[in-house]
Every structure is written in structure tokens, then in C-alpha cells.
Design a protein around this ligand. Structure first.
Ligand SMILES: Cc1ncc(COP(=O)(O)O)c(C=O)c1O
Length: 385
């Protein structure tokens, strides 16, 4: 092995020594039926025939691939129709779709924080537990983040007030439902704070889209969004497809089309993705009963966990962690469940903070109360780990 490759091997060995080496999972082999809590297909849409048919139809009309960037050959009526629908349902003037949620955050945040356009260094206030793709957007813009304690708006207020006199442009970045903790930000209060301090608010609704909101379009749906609020979301989780979007003012959309490298220099999302995503989006308002059942099931899972003296953290959503602390305990529990045909994710640093290793249970509308009981019984049988 040459010296350069040896460095990669050393990095992997170091991860392994800390119990942090990642592997692509393979479905466990067991005699009984598999029970999967590791996915994000929260509304059980990924395999719905309507989505496959919509993808096929869009593919037949516009091709399997978009053939180029939106600014060159890749702009189809499928893209613009979907964007118009997203904007309508989010209550914004406009929307813009991307090939993934990760790309959406990286591209949009980097462009919004661009110091050349802003004429000054931005002041960025970010929830401590924001997703890696949001950090990437900040890093691409070389913007330093002031990270407030998770969901602690009093802390955010203190940081904002310290900078009241600053003329630097201000930004607040947060998820609405946090993907690893399953807790929620108060989006209306965040927007109030942002407006009071003249800040742009950027909210990531990846885990809320399809699950929360009066018609299921996310926690921001219930908020009268200001033109200075930008909402992103994904089609990859509850919509069961893939891709990302931002819902925003027409001005911000025009700016992103001109300044977001991840939009300009990347092939447009495939018509297959856009067709299926649009159809999933249309199905969302009719899933109210499924949403209510999903959230009730999550509540009974949390009750069951607490009865077993297991810690579901501050979850109030369909994402329920079982916080076990160390990578070793987490992997032991994950493997023991897998041996019984129950698939959960083991989440370890750096995805979660040191000491916060956990099983992540992603509940879906397709799970039943019996499935939750099976999980709880299996966890009970693990005893003290
Ligand atoms: C909060 C959050 N934002 C963005 C993303 C990225 O979305 P995608 O998987 O569509 O790239 C994720 C994915 O895990 C996420 O959890």
C-alpha cells in the first residue's frame, strides 16, 4: 500500500477502534418476518403504485433524465408545474426544486450567505443540532456560525441582542423537526425573532414535510411566512421519492437561479423524480387520518420505552430515539434486535454529539400497534445492555 493510501487505512482503523466505523447495512437474515424501523418513508408512499405510474408518465413525456442543467436543456413543464404547486401549498411566491435535500441546503445556504452579494460578512445563528448539509452550506460560504443551544430561543435571543448594533446581515438557520431527536422548533417564534432583528430565517422541513401541518405540508404551513423566510424540504422522506426544494419569495428564487452553484452547475432533477414527487405531494392532504395514527403510535412507543426505563429524549414526533450513550451499547442493541428481524439505525458520533449514541426508530404509517409491541418486547428482552 502506498503512503497516501496508508493514511486512509489509518483513518478507518482509528474509526474502528472507537466503535465508529460505518458499513453499508445488509438486511438481517432471520426466520420470521422483518420489521423495519430504519427508513424515512414516514407515510408509506415509496411503493405506492400512483407514484410509480406518475414517474413512468413523466419519463415517457420528458425522458428518464433531464439532459442538462435547468438553465440549459433541463427545464421541463414538469419542473415548473411542481414548483408552482409547492409554492401554492407552502404559501410562498415561488419554489425551486433540486436533485437532493443535501444539495438544496448546500447550494442555497452557500448562495444566501455569499459575502460578495451581501457586501459584508454574514452573522449566522444556527441551532446546535442542525443537519450536516446546513453546515456544508455555511462552510462553502466560509461563514462562521454562532451556534445556539438546541431549541433554546432564549439563548438565540441573547446572541442576537449582542449584535443589535451590528450592520452585518443576519441569518437564523434551524430544522423544524430534528431528524435525530424527533423534537420540534417553534417556527412562529423563530420567525418573530428573525423579523425583530432583521434576519433572514432559513428552515429545514426535511422531516416535517408530509407529516405535520394542517394539510401535511410541514410545520411552516401554519405560519404566515414573511418574504424573508426561506423554507426548504425534501421529497426523500415522507414523500417517498427523492429530491429537495426551497419555497421562498420570487426574488430569492431569482437570486438562487443566478447564484446557487449547486443549481446552476448541476443537471436538473430527473423527470422521473419530479413526476413521482409531484404525485406524492398531491396525495399528502388526504393522509390526515394516517398522520394522526402515526403520531399516536409514536406516543405509545415513547410511553412503552419510558416504562422500560429507556430514554426517548425529547421526541414529540414520529422519530423516536432510544438514547443509549455509547457506540458499543448502541451497536450491541442494534445487532440483538437485528437477530430477531427488527431493523433499527444505530446513530453514533459525529452524527450525534459524544455520549448521545442511540437507536433511531423511524415510525411509518405502515407500522401497526403490534409492530410497536414487538419492538418494545424485544427491547425488554435485551435487559440491561
Ligand atoms: C434535516 C435534513 N436536511 C436535509 C437532509 C438531506 O436530504 P436528502 O436525503 O434528500 O439529501 C436530511 C437527510 O437526512 C436531513 O435529515
Amino acid at each position: 500500500m502506498n503512503e497516501l493510501l496508508r493514511r486512509y487505512a489509518d483513518a478507518l482503523e482509528s474509526l474502528d477502534a472507537q466503535g465508529l466505523l460505518r458499513h453499508l447495512p445488509v438486511p438481517p437474515t432471520c426466520a420470521g418476518p422483518l420489521l423495519d424501523f430504519s427508513g424515512n418513508d414516514y407515510m408509506g408512499l415509496a411503493k405506492r403504485p400512483e407514484l410509480i405510474e406518475a414517474a413512468t408518465l413523466a419519463g415517457q413525456r420528458y425522458g428518464a433524465g433531464a439532459t442538462g442543467s435547468r438553465l440549459l436543456s433541463g427545464n421541463t413543464p414538469a419542473h415548473t408545474a411542481f414548483e408552482a404547486r409547492i409554492a401554492d401549498d407552502k404559501g410562498t411566491e415561488a419554489a425551486l426544486v433540486f436533485s437532493s435535500g443535501y444539495q438544496t441546503n448546500a447550494a442555497c445556504i452557500a448562495a444566501l450567505l455569499d459575502k460578495t452579494a451581501l457586501g459584508a460578512e454574514p452573522l449566522v445563528f444556527a441551532d446546535k443540532l442542525n443537519h450536516a448539509s446546513m453546515h456544508l452550506g455555511c462552510a462553502l460560504a466560509r461563514a462562521k456560525q454562532q451556534r445556539y443551544r438546541h431549541l433554546d430561543l432564549a439563548h438565540l435571543k441573547v446572541l442576537l441582542e449582542k449584535n443589535t448594533l451590528s450592520r452585518q446581515p443576519k441569518f437564523i438557520l434551524s430544522e423544524s423537526v430534528f431528524g435525530m431527536d424527533g423534537d420540534r422548533a417553534d417556527v412562529a417564534a423563530l420567525q418573530d425573532l428573525a423579523l425583530r432583528h432583521g434576519a433572514l430565517l432559513y428552515i429545514d422541513e426535511a422531516h416535517a414535510t408530509g407529516v405535520f401541518g394542517p394539510r401535511g405540508y410541514g410545520l411552516c404551513e401554519a405560519v404566515d411566512l414573511a418574504p424573508s423566510t426561506v423554507v426548504m424540504g425534501t421529497m426523500s422522506k415522507a414523500l417517498g421519492v427523492g429530491g429537495g426544494y426551497v419555497a421562498c419569495s420570487r426574488l430569492v428564487r431569482d437570486y438562487l437561479i443566478n447564484k446557487a452553484g449547486g443549481f446552476i452547475f448541476s443537471t436538473a432533477p430527473s423527470p422521473l423524480l419530479v413526476g413521482a414527487g409531484h404525485r406524492a405531494w398531491e396525495l399528502v392532504p388526504d393522509l390526515g387520518a394516517e398522520r394522526a395514527a402515526l403520531l399516536a403510535r409514536a406516543e405509545s412507543l415513547r410511553l412503552g420505552l419510558r416504562r422500560l426505563r429507556l430514554d426517548p429524549g425529547a421526541s414529540t414526533t414520529h422519530i423516536v430515539p432510544v438514547i443509549l450513550g455509547t457506540p458499543e451499547r448502541t451497536l450491541t442493541a442494534k445487532n440483538a434486535l437485528a437477530a430477531q428481524g427488527i431493523v433499527v439505525s444505530a446513530v453514533r458520533p459525529p452524527t450525534v454529539p459524544q455520549g448521545g449514541s442511540r437507536l433511531r426508530i423511524g415510525l411509518c404509517a405502515t407500522h401497526t400497534n403490534q409492530d410497536v409491541d414487538r419492538l418494545l418486547n424485544a427491547l425488554a428482552a435485551l435487559g440491561s445492555l
